[in-house]
Write a protein that binds this ligand. Structure first.
Ligand code: CA
Length: 222
């Protein structure tokens, strides 16, 4: 899952990037409002973390700009502690959740998992599809209750597919959600990762939809 992080305090931003990457997220970090508006409008994200006090363009205007062009990704705003009016204005402008500064990383991570779950229609933090289960808290995957080992890219790919079961995803969509803006992916890498994932998952789990992409679904029972 790919996250847009907008935070102008550099130390906090660096800490957030490192924590989020450790949790298996792909992160694009920007430090001013105009870059945030541009990137959020042009690229595909699974969620955004948005500070409100930003140089060049304030966070509320950024959020309204994203919503105006139809970007519906869940947004968590970072507000000054106890500023209830900022929270109200932010939620009215289209934010999905808020967190007062300073905050605990674990709370941010929990809220992030929660807004992503809600946005993708998932209820349980353990996503399951047939015999495969992905625990979004522990970052672990099991097949028939037995743990399997995935590389970081395989995990990112499977995580996106598990959040969108039954949905056909093109190679472009998948690469948009497992690479950040600064990565330079080869379009063939998705095929390679899919092939590797297929060897680790039950047969028939990742279906190729000719000309369109891939779809994750439980293999048909006979
Ligand atoms: Ca700020």
């Amino acid at each position: 899952m790919r996250i847009l992080l907008v935070e102008d305090e550099l130390a906090l931003s660096a800490q957030l990037v490192s924590t989020l990457e450790d949790e298996g997220y792909v992160v694009d970090a920007v430090t001013n409002g105009s870059d945030a508006l541009h990137l959020g409008c042009e690229e595909s994200f699974d969620a955004a973390i948005l500070d409100l006090g930003l140089p060049q363009l304030d966070g509320l205007s950024v959020l309204k700009g994203w919503r105006k062009v139809g970007k519906t990704m869940p947004v968590i705003i970072l507000t000054a502690r106890d500023s209830w009016s900022e929270k109200v204005t932010g939620i009215d402008a289209g934010a999905d959740d808020y967190l007062g500064k300073p905050f605990h990383m674990q709370e941010l991570l929990a809220r992030l998992r929660s807004v992503i779950r809600r946005a993708t229609g998932q209820i349980d933090p353990v996503l399951s599809c047939g015999a495969v289960a992905l625990d979004t808290l522990a970052g672990k995957v099991t097949v028939n209750n037995l743990p399997i080992t995935l590389t970081s890219h395989e995990f990112k790919l499977l995580s996106w597919l598990m959040h969108h079961p039954g949905e056909v995803a093109s190679r472009t969509t998948l690469s948009e959600h497992i690479y950040s803006y600064n990565d330079d992916p080869d379009s063939n890498t998705i095929e390679v990762f899919i092939a590797r994932l297929r060897k680790k998952l039950p047969e028939g789990m990742i279906e190729t939809v000719r000309g369109l992409g891939y779809r994750l679904q439980p293999p048909p029972t006979r």
